[in-house]
Ligand binder design. Structure first.
Ligand code: MEV
Length: 432
C-alpha cells in the first residue's frame, strides 16, 4: 500500500498552477514534467481550458493533420484530423485520392432527431398511463419546447412523444417515454436533457409512476449520415495485383466483417479511425458518436459491419456507410475552442448535417484504406515507416535523427526501442 492520497480537498478551488503543484508533490514529478502537463503553448490557453472542464492543470496537445483529396458531392474539401495514430491521415488522403476516379463521395443525411428518455417505474396501470401520456402529447411538447426557445424559433424542438413498455427488467416493469427533438445545428445534448428533466414531473402525474432517469439516448438512429463511394478497379490496382483482384480481396474483407463480430469490431474501429479525428478537431463529443456507432452496428441483434460493399455491373467496388452521427456546429466546444472554430471554417460546412456528412466520408475513406491494405500487402508494410519514427522519438531522437534512425530500422526490419537506442547512440556519437 502506498502512502499517496488522491483525496485532495478543495482541489477544484485552486488555480491551475496551484493544482499542478499539488500534482507535483503527489508523484515525484519534476519541473519538466510540469511544463509538459501545463501545455498551454498552443492556442487553447490554460485560462480558457479552466472554464471548459474541472480541475484543469493544463492543456494536452495532439497532432493535427489535414487529409487531402476529398471530393464530396462534387466539392473539394480539406479535412482536419486530430489524432495520435500514424497512417490515419495518410490512409484517408490516399483513399480519397482513389475515390476521385469514381467521382468522389456522395452523401445524404436525415434530420437531426434526438431522443430524450424518461424512465418511469411503479406505474400502476400501464395501458392507462400510455393513453394518458399520448393524450397529453401537445402539452408535453409545449413544456419541453419551453426549455429551448432558440431551437423552436429556428424551426426545431420537441416534435413527438412515444411510449415504450418494458414488462420485465432486473427491477421490474418500467415505462419509458421518448421525447423526439429536432436539434437542427446543435448536437443537442443540453437541450434534450433539459427537456427530459422538465417533462418528468408531468409524466409522473400522468402515469402515477415515479421518474428516475431523464437523459438523451446516444443511439441516435434517427440522426444518420450516409456516404457512398464508387471505386473503379483500375484505381485500386497495385503494381503486383490487378484491380479486379484487389476488388475481390476487399469484398472478402467486407464479407468477413459482415459475418464475424470479432472482425466487425476491428473493421468498425477502422471506420472510426477516420471519424474520431474529425470530431476531435472540430470540438465534438466523440464518445457520443462512438457509443451510437457501435450500438447501431448491433441494431439487428448481432454486431456487424457499419459499412457495406458490393461490386456493380461495371466491376466497380461500391461502398456505403450509413451511421448515427450526432454533431453540432453551434454551442459546446465548437464555440469555445479556437482551433475547433478554425477547423470548422476550413471545412466550410453550413450545417451540422453537412459536418456529419464530411465525417462519414472520412470514415468510409479510412475503411477503404484499411481494407485495401489488409486485402493486399497487409497493414504492417505501410505502418512500418511511421511506427519506426515513433519508436525513434520514444527513445529521444529529434530533428533529422528521427528519420535517420527510423529509416535504418525499416531497412533492417528491426523496429524496436532497443535497436532505436543503439542507433541513436551511434548517430549521436558521429555528430558530436
Ligand atoms: C487500425 O487502427 C485499424 C485497422 O485495424 C482497421 C481494420 O482492421 O479494418 C487496420
Amino acid at each position: 500500500m502506498g502512502t499517496k492520497n488522491s483525496r485532495i480537498a478543495g482541489f477544484y478551488q485552486l488555480s491551475p498552477e496551484q493544482r499542478l503543484q499539488e500534482v507535483k508533490s503527489f508523484d515525484g514529478l519534476n519541473e519538466m514534467d510540469l511544463t509538459m502537463l501545463r501545455g498551454g503553448n498552443g492556442i487553447l490557453s490554460v485560462a480558457r481550458a479552466d472554464k471548459m472542464i474541472e480541475n484543469v492543470v493544463g492543456t494536452f496537445e495532439l497532432p493535427l493533420g489535414i487529409a487531402t483529396n476529398f471530393q464530396i458531392n462534387g466539392q473539394d474539401k480539406l479535412v482536419p484530423m486530430a489524432v495520435e495514430e500514424p497512417s490515419i491521415v495518410a490512409g484517408a488522403s490516399f483513399a480519397a485520392k482513389l475515390a476521385r476516379a469514381g467521382g468522389g463521395f456522395s452523401t445524404s443525411s436525415t434530420r437531426a432527431l434526438m431522443i430524450g428518455q424518461v424512465q418511469l417505474v411503479d406505474v400502476p396501470d400501464v395501458d392507462a398511463a400510455r393513453t394518458a401520456v399520448l393524450a397529453q402529447r401537445d402539452a408535453i411538447l409545449e413544456l419541453a419546447n419551453a426549455q429551448s426557445s432558440s431551437l423552436v424559433k429556428l424551426g426545431g424542438g420537441a416534435e413527438d412523444v412515444e411510449v415504450q413498455h418494458f414488462a420485465d427488467s432486473p427491477t421490474g416493469p418500467m415505462l419509458v417515454v421518448h421525447v423526439v427533438v429536432d436539434c437542427l445545428d446543435a448536437m443537442g445534448a443540453n437541450a434534450v436533457n433539459s427537456m427530459a428533466e422538465a417533462v418528468a414531473p408531468m409524466l409522473e402525474r400522468l402515469t402515477g409512476g415515479r421518474a428516475y432517469l431523464r437523459i438523451l439516448s446516444n443511439l441516435t438512429d434517427r440522426r444518420l449520415a450516409k456516404a457512398t463511394v464508387v471505386l473503379p478497379p483500375a484505381a485500386l490496382a497495385r503494381p503486383d495485383m490487378p484491380g479486379h483482384e484487389v476488388v475481390q480481396g476487399m469484398l472478402h474483407a467486407y464479407a468477413f466483417a459482415a459475418v464475424d463480430p470479432y472482425r466487425a469490431t476491428t473493421h468498425n474501429k477502422g471506420i472510426l479511425n477516420g471519424i474520431d479525428p474529425v470530431l476531435i478537431a472540430t470540438g465534438q463529443d466523440w464518445r457520443a458518436v462512438e457509443a451510437g456507432a457501435h450500438a447501431y452496428a448491433a441494431r439487428n441483434g448481432r454486431y456487424t459491419s457499419l459499412s457495406t460493399w458490393r461490386r456493380d455491373e461495371a466491376g466497380n467496388l461500391v461502398g456505403e456507410l450509413e451511421m448515427p452521427l450526432a454533431v453540432g456546429i453551434v454551442g459546446g466546444a465548437t464555440k469555445v475552442h479556437p482551433a475547433a472554430q478554425a477547423a470548422l471554417k476550413l471545412l466550410n460546412v453550413q450545417s451540422a448535417r453537412e459536418l456529419a456528412e464530411v465525417c462519414v466520408c472520412a470514415g468510409l475513406a479510412s475503411n477503404v484504406a484499411a481494407m485495401r491494405a489488409l486485402a493486399t500487402e497487409g497493414i504492417q508494410q505501410g505502418h512500418m515507416a511511421l511506427h519506426a519514427r515513433q519508436i525513434a522519438m520514444s527513445v529521444g531522437a529529434s530533428g533529422t535523427l528521427v528519420d535517420l534512425v527510423a529509416e535504418q530500422m525499416v531497412r533492417e526490419r528491426n523496429i524496436k526501442p532497443a535497436r532505436a537506442s543503439e542507433l541513436l547512440r551511434q548517430h549521436t556519437d558521429v555528430y558530436i
